[in-house]
Structures are given as C-alpha cells and as structure tokens.
Design a protein around this ligand. Structure first.
Ligand SMILES: C[S@@+](CC[C@H](N)C(=O)[O-])C[C@H]1O[C@@H](n2cnc3c(N)ncnc32)[C@H](O)[C@@H]1O
Length: 443
C-alpha cells in the first residue's frame, strides 16, 4: 500500500544495478536510496512504499563514504544520463568488477582463473553516440533538447553535458534555438548524434516534411557549428544525408592500420578511446596465429573482424543486420582485406547446431552479442561438441554481465571450457553499465 512521505535514518550496505544505495529499514524492508553510497549513514526521504521494498532519496548525511565525489554536472540527480557521478573513478570500476564477479558466481558458480586489469579511459567527454530527445515545452520557455529525466518521460532542462564531447555539449542550447525556429518544432521528436574521428553527424527525426526555409536554417547551423545534417522522415532506413558529398563519418584503429567508415545509424561502440584498447586487448587474448581460421559472431561493421583479418588466415564475420554486413564487406575492400575477411547475415538468436556445422570449424571465436547474450550460439556449440572440433579459444565481449554469466555456465559446465580470465572496461563512465570481456579455453 502507498504511504505518505516520511524520513528515516538508514545505513547503506551496497549499491544496486542502477547505482542506488541499498539499506534495510527499521521495519525490515529493503530500501533503494538515490544518491547514497555503501558505508554512508543517511537521512532518506522515502517516497514510495510497497509491501517488501521502499524507495527514497538521501537528503542529509551523518557519515559520508570516502568514495563520494562532488558531481561535475549541474544536472546530476535529475538527468537520467548518468547515475554515478557522485562516485570516484576507481570505486566505479570496483563496483563494476564486483557486479561481474557476483553474476559469474551467483548465476553459474564460476570464478575466473585470472582477473584482467580493468580498462579505463577519459571520464568526461567520451560519449560519441547519443539519442537526444527534443520537445516543445512552452512552460519551460520553448524547446528542450537532452536526455530524459531519471525514471521519467520528461526531458531534462540541460544546458550542457559533461559526458558528451565539449563541441557537442556546446550545441545543446543552439539546437534548442534552431528547432524553435523550424516550421513545426513540435514535430521533431529526436536528434541522434554520431561522431567519427573528424565528423559530427546529427540525424534529425521529423514527422512532417521540412520546408525550404527549414533546410536553409539547418544548412546555416551546420556551417556555423561544423556539423553535418542527416534527415530521418520515417524509420531508420529513411535516413539520408542533407547535402550529399559531405565528408564521410569514420573512425581509425591505428594499431591495425584500419579506417572504418560508417553511417550514423550503424552500430558503433560509444567510447572510441576504450574501443581502441578493447579491440587490441581482445586480439591479444585471442592469440590469433597466421594459420588460423577465426569466426567473429555479432560482427557489426567489422570492428573486430578487420583487425583479426590482419593476423589470421581467414576470418568469417556473422551479423544479423544485412545493412551492417554490407558495410563490413565494403570496409574490408577499403582496407584491402577482402581476401581475408568474409561476412554473412544470420539471425544468431535462432542458430542451430546444423547451421554451426555448415559454418565450419575455426580455431578461435570472438563473440560480441547485444544485451540478450548468445544463448542459442552457446547451446549449438554444446551440441556440436559431440561431432565437431570446437574452437580452442573464445573471447566473449559483453555489455550485460548477467547474460555473459549465463552463457559462461554453458561453455564451462557443458562444453568443457575453462574460464581463464575476465575483466571489466569502463566504456560508459558515470553510468552503471558494465562492459566486460572473458576468455575461455579448452584444455
Ligand atoms: C554489441 S554489438 C557488436 C558489434 C561489433 N562487434 C562492434 O564491435 O561494433 C552487437 C551486434 O549484434 C547484432 N545483432 C543483434 N541481434 C542480433 C541477432 N539476433 N543475430 C545476429 N546479430 C545480431 C547487432 O546488429 C550488433 O551489430
């Protein structure tokens, strides 16, 4: 039953997966407390009360954790973009590592033989992809452009963003003015950001056709602020460049001499500095030999496949999106790796053991699935083990430690692999997202 708000003194024991402090109330209920850290003693305002749990926010501190830091961003606490700016960088990494270790243990009774050193990079200005919501809110004085507020459909009234690159953060207010001056500012629900090494692309979702004056305003804004506009009148396939011939978005992987062109709606990793280190580490752990055949599952536009192609006899990239497969193939040609890298489109959530046998054996696998993980693939691998030479080594890159832990259970307990190593990467500093990598090997 919902109750009226009250304040309670609480000792915070741990953090949950949304980076909220977790405590026990005097009545024995679990309480999730925003802006409270393990080791702290706080006065919390309880705003929601259910039979077994409560929710609140810390409003005063009797004891402050040594890991507490002053959030850099004035919008922290309201904006839903970050949840950990009040935690210092090393404690953020320790939290993420604990989540990974706990999931491996509690979901599959596994401990990695070695813990990999966490990969960390710049804490601010790292986020080169973002979906910015746009809404005309006359009560707030016009158009808002930004992330949603925490657990809300409202858009945060944000004037800057410390996790976006400075050049993009500086565009937030000019973008409000731009949209307010367009013909139908209430029919432009989203601007998507995609940044390459040299180009900033903005994709404007518009529900009504744009006028000539709208186009002129977009072009003037683009020239003034050094951004290129893409327009999206319908679904993702309708995205087109406003001015064809503009410089192409791309990022480099210098260690492998690779340039990777992409379109703003393609999947690319959010944090380019961490991506470069992650790809290099994955390849080191994979230990590719010149005679090896390798399979890169969920290969996207070839982020791991093309670096692998510089070392292997052959690499096969498998991916669900036909558009990304086409991009990966194109990227293989542009980097003169077309003889080493081949690609194919397949829904890997439905892969069977027969499909796997048809793809053929490979000495090494790289698996980099979406949040849902790679259950069907791991199940097919377990079945294939009866009739097929399994890969000696697998490097699994994950954006969801729970599905990694589940899949790791199959690989270890049913397919005979050892979990040699696992570790986290701070791909999304100040958020509770846990990106990790694990290495499996058959003895
Ligand atoms: C985490 S991304 C990794 C992409 C790539 N390895 C990279 O580093 O850029 C996951 C990829 O899985 C693909 N994907 C999602 N669902 C899929 C499915 N059911 N079958 C095959 N691929 C899928 C997405 O299109 C995306 O490219």
């Amino acid at each position: 039953m919902e109750q009226r708000e009250r304040t309670e003194r609480l000792q915070i024991d741990s953090l949950d997966l949304d980076a909220r402090g977790v405590a026990r109330s005097a009545s024995g209920k679990v309480v999730f407390v925003d802006n409270a850290l393990p080791g702290e003693c706080v006065q919390a305002r309880i705003s929601r009360s259910k039979r077994n749990w409560e929710q609140g926010v810390a409003v005063a501190w009797e004891r402050v954790a040594s890991s507490r830091e002053v959030p850099l961003c004035p919008h922290f606490g309201v904006c839903g973009g970050c949840s950990m700016q009040h935690v210092d960088a090393s404690s953020q990494l320790a939290f993420k590592q604990r989540v990974l270790e706990d999931d491996l243990w509690h979901l599959s009774r596994l401990k990695a033989q070695t813990l990999l050193r966490p990969i960390a990079g710049p804490s601010w200005g790292y986020r080169t992809r973002a979906r910015l919501a746009v809404r005309l809110v006359p009560k707030k004085g016009g158009v808002l452009v930004g992330f949603h507020e925490k657990r809300s459909s409202y858009i945060a009234d944000m004037r800057s963003c410390a996790i976006l690159p400075r050049r993009v953060s500086d565009l937030l207010l000019p973008l409000r003015e731009l949209v307010a001056g367009l013909s139908q500012p209430d029919r432009m629900p989203q601007i998507e950001l995609a940044m390459g090494d040299t180009v900033i692309a903005l994709v404007l979702r518009h529900l009504e056709p744009l006028t000539d004056d709208d186009m002129l305003r977009l072009r003037t804004f683009g020239a003034q602020h050094g951004v290129q506009w893409w327009l999206q009148p319908k679904g993702p396939d309708s995205v087109t460049l406003l001015d064809p011939g503009a410089e192409q978005l791309s990022y480099d992987l210098p260690e492998f001499g690779i340039r990777m062109p992409f379109r703003p709606t393609d999947f690319t990793q959010v944090n380019p500095a961490i991506n470069r280190v992650m790809v290099a580490r994955a390849l080191r752990l994979l230990g590719v030999q010149p005679t090896d055949r390798v399979i890169d599952w969920f290969c996207g536009l070839g982020n791991f496949t093309l670096p692998i192609a510089t070392q292997a006899r052959q690499v096969l990239g498998v991916e669900g999106s036909a558009a990304l497969v086409a991009r990966a193939l194109d990227n293989a040609f542009r980097n003169d790796l077309q003889d080493k890298a081949v690609f194919t489109a397949r829904n890997l959530f439905e892969i069977t053991v027969d499909d796997l046998l048809a793809f053929g054996p490979a000495e090494r696998w790289l698996i980099d699935p979406p949040r849902e993980g790679a259950l069907a693939l791991c199940k097919a691998l377990v079945e294939a083990g009866e009739v097929f030479v399994l890969p000696r080594r697998i490097v699994y890159v994950s954006c969801n430690p729970a599905t990694l832990a589940r899949d790791a259970g199959l690989l270890v307990h049913q397919a005979g692999y050892a979990l040699r190593a696992a570790g986290v990467m701070n791909m999304f500093p100040h958020t509770a997202h846990v990106e990790s990598m694990a290495v499996f090997e058959r003895p």
